[in-house]
Design a protein around this ligand. Structure first.
Ligand code: PLP
Length: 371
């Protein structure tokens, strides 16, 4: 009896110690993170194509409600998100592969489909470079094919350059924010031999509103060599949480899955992603806010005589009419962080569309650096 009451008391002490630790630990790390934010407080960050408005309130609530799950492996929570994504994209659940950001899907594609045994990677120039690095690290030859004069992928040249291996099509393309017309993409997918894999990266899908643009997810059912990647980092505002996915035929998903680390998506990211999909307002709100801030920025740049590549994304790229590197540096000195140099377009600057107030700060700094 006594023993039981003692152990109960000990247990209660343990519980309160654990509770205290729970309270203290987030406070410490929160303090650290707020210090970090404070150190960067004056910086307007328009360099990484993030979403300045953050995740859906439903996602934030879902994460708060999931704190208690942090001690469990994510197992069944993967399945909940996979089911939702399968329904959303009208595919079977075994056609969805979750990733620790869509960057993991890109890496898995490079590891599975390029390299000394599988063949080279063919990509546009310029494009999102991560997969080029992954393929190089995997021992693959990387072939870069310049974009066309309208900043579309030069699909006939890319196809001619490929033999087995993988062709990477980023649509909309980062860093140019341009798209490749849907008819050209459909024809290219139809003409690509089965032994050459195609990855279409649709990270910025939700921001594209051109009638010439479409997702190729509906084509996956007819093409065993097609993979499409999507992310929760952009319109869903979850870049720091890390969640993305690939859509492909079951056999293709299985080939990639064996290369993947188990449980690579954490339970907070799963909770937030699942809840985001239940928020019918989040995507349209994000699209509207991005369009408004983008229209404001592009009209101001127009007035200043700076020509932009028509943007179908949450960033723009424009011709600074002189080398961009010194301007990037001068902008940084004014606490505005913009995109890095893309060597194929040395006079072009990539700028993420943030909130209107951030774009006002950007424009004022840009005016000063180019005055
Ligand atoms: C075109 C493109 N694909 C993939 C990614 C990777 O995104 P994440 O790993 O955050 O999903 C990015 C990130 O900026 C991107 O621009």
């Amino acid at each position: 009896m006594n023993t039981i009451s003692i152990s109960r008391r000990n247990f209660a002490q343990l519980l309160s110690a654990a509770a205290a630790a729970t309270l203290v630990r987030p406070a410490i790390s929160f303090a650290k993170s707020t210090e970090h934010v404070a150190a960067n407080a004056g910086i307007v960050r328009l360099s990484a194509n993030e979403n300045a408005y953050g995740p859906s309130p439903k996602a934030l609530q879902a994460m708060t409600d999931s704190f208690g799950l942090a001690c469990r492996y994510p197992d069944e929570h993967n399945n909940v998100l996979i089911e939702k994504l399968a329904t959303l994209n009208a595919v079977n659940h075994d056609q969805i592969l979750l990733g620790d950001g869509s960057g993991e899907i890109l890496k898995l594609c490079a590891e599975t489909f390029t390299g000394p045994q599988n063949g080279k990677l063919v990509a546009a120039d310029p494009t999102f470079e991560a997969i080029l690095n992954n393929a190089t690290a995997n021992g693959a030859e990387v072939v870069k094919v310049p974009l066309t004069s309208t900043f579309a992928h030069d699909l006939p040249k890319m196809l001619a350059a490929a033999k087995g291996g993988l062709i990477y099509v980023c649509n909309p393309n980062n860093p140019t924010a341009s798209t490749t017309p849907k008819n050209e993409l459909r024809e290219f997918i139809a003409n690509t031999p089965r032994e050459t894999m195609i990855l279409v990266d649709e990270a910025y899908f939700h921001y594209a509103d051109s009638l010439e643009y479409e997702s190729v997810i509906p084509l996956v059912k007819d093409h065993p060599n097609l993979i499409v990647s999507r992310t929760f980092s952009k319109i869903y505002g979850m870049a720091g949480l890390r969640c993305g996915y690939g859509v492909a035929q079951k056999e293709t998903v299985e080939r990639m899955r064996v290369q993947q680390m188990w449980d690579s998506v954490n339970c907070m990211a799963l909770a937030a992603a699942t809840a985001s999909l239940d928020d019918p307002d989040h995507v349209p709100n994000g699209q509207r806010l991005n369009s408004e801030a983008k229209a404001f920025t592009t009209s101001e740049l127009d007035k200043m005589g700076y020509k932009q590549i028509p943007s179908q994304a949450n960033f723009i790229m424009f011709d600074c009419k002189r080398p961009v590197v010194p301007i990037i540096k001068a902008m940084k000195e004014r606490n505005v962080s913009v995109g890095r140099l893309f060597p194929a377009l040395p006079n072009h600057m990539r700028v993420t569309i943030g909130k209107k107030s951030e774009m006002e700060t950007f424009l004022s700094a840009f005016r000063q650096t180019t005055a």
